[in-house]
Design a protein around this ligand. Structure first.
Ligand SMILES: [Fe+2]
Length: 274
């Protein structure tokens, strides 16, 4: 597996946001020229797995190693992360009905982040062209696949409406689907994974004033589980990424990390962690 390293770009709050939501969008970061070359390549290699695009330097430099994307991956997966070795293209002729809600086979639920699933749109994807629909926070929402696909619209879902050149990073376990489309034409949606090769540690951009004891772990959206479960899970994932999973412990009740207007540090905040 080919590996890559670069400077991390995410700070503590941004890393924690990824833990909470299970995805992160970078709109329009890839250049028009690379978008055009990608669309042309995909026209000429009209298959569901155009992995040979990884042999193209312009694609590796302009998309896979793009500083904004690679910097975020470096922050989440650590140094010398593994580069994609398989590319899928969800190329559809529109209009289409919505796909069933699902998460992809190969997911392992839990606080660990050993790979990141990435989607790249080489053309504009407005709402009428069926952007990927994601359910924020659902990377912690375990369910058998047969129990996810019967849902229709779900309150709080996010449509990845975005301009050409947008790239979004997702936790592999996140619930997603192709949303319904009523426009016409072809849509490419290129998908691949990056891999962790080094143990998790807090070597992203350290944020002055960030305090893991008082950070906001709350999930600000519709929740689908018992109150504060999202908060617990986001905190656990954040601690796993810091390489301090052994320090994560829950007291329950009004203890850390649930939100609240306290007059002191929350009870149960991990000792010696800032
Ligand atoms: Fe999928």
């Amino acid at each position: 597996m080919r590996q890559y390293d670069c400077e991390p770009t995410l700070n503590d709050s941004e890393t924690l946001e990824f833990c909470k939501n299970g995805f992160m969008m970078f709109e329009g970061v890839v250049s028009d020229e690379v978008n055009r070359m990608t669309n042309e390549f995909l026209d000429e290699h009209d298959g569901t797995e155009p992995t040979e695009i990884l042999d193209e330097d312009w694609f590796m430099d302009g998309v896979i190693k793009h500083p904004v994307v690679a910097g975020a991956i470096r922050s989440l997966l650590g140094k010398d992360f593994g580069l994609p070795n398989l590319v899928s293209n969800h190329r559809i002729q529109r209009p289409q009905p919505a796909q069933e809600w699902h998460y992809d086979g190969g997911d392992i639920f839990g606080p660990q982040l050993n790979y990141v699933q990435v989607f790249y749109y080489p053309q504009d994807c407005p709402r009428e062209l069926g952007p990927t629909e994601l359910l924020p926070g659902s990377h912690f929402l375990y369910s058998q696949r047969d129990m996810t696909k019967h849902y229709g619209r779900i309150r709080g879902s996010y449509h990845a409406v975005s301009p050409a050149g947008s790239v979004f990073l997702t936790d592999y376990s996140i619930w997603h689907r192709r949303s319904e489309s009523w426009g016409s034409g072809l849509r490419n949606n290129v998908k691949y994974n990056y891999w962790r090769t080094s143990p998790p540690t807090r070597d992203w951009v350290e944020e002055p004033g960030f305090d893991a004891a008082t950070a906001d772990y709350a999930f600000h959206g519709p929740t689908f589980r018992k109150q504060f479960q999202d908060c617990y899970d986001a905190a656990e994932m954040y601690f796993w990424l810091r390489g301090e999973h052994d320090k994560f412990e829950l007291l329950g009740g009004q203890g850390w990390p649930i939100p609240g207007n306290r007059n002191d540090l929350p009870y149960g905040a991990p000792e010696g962690v800032r």
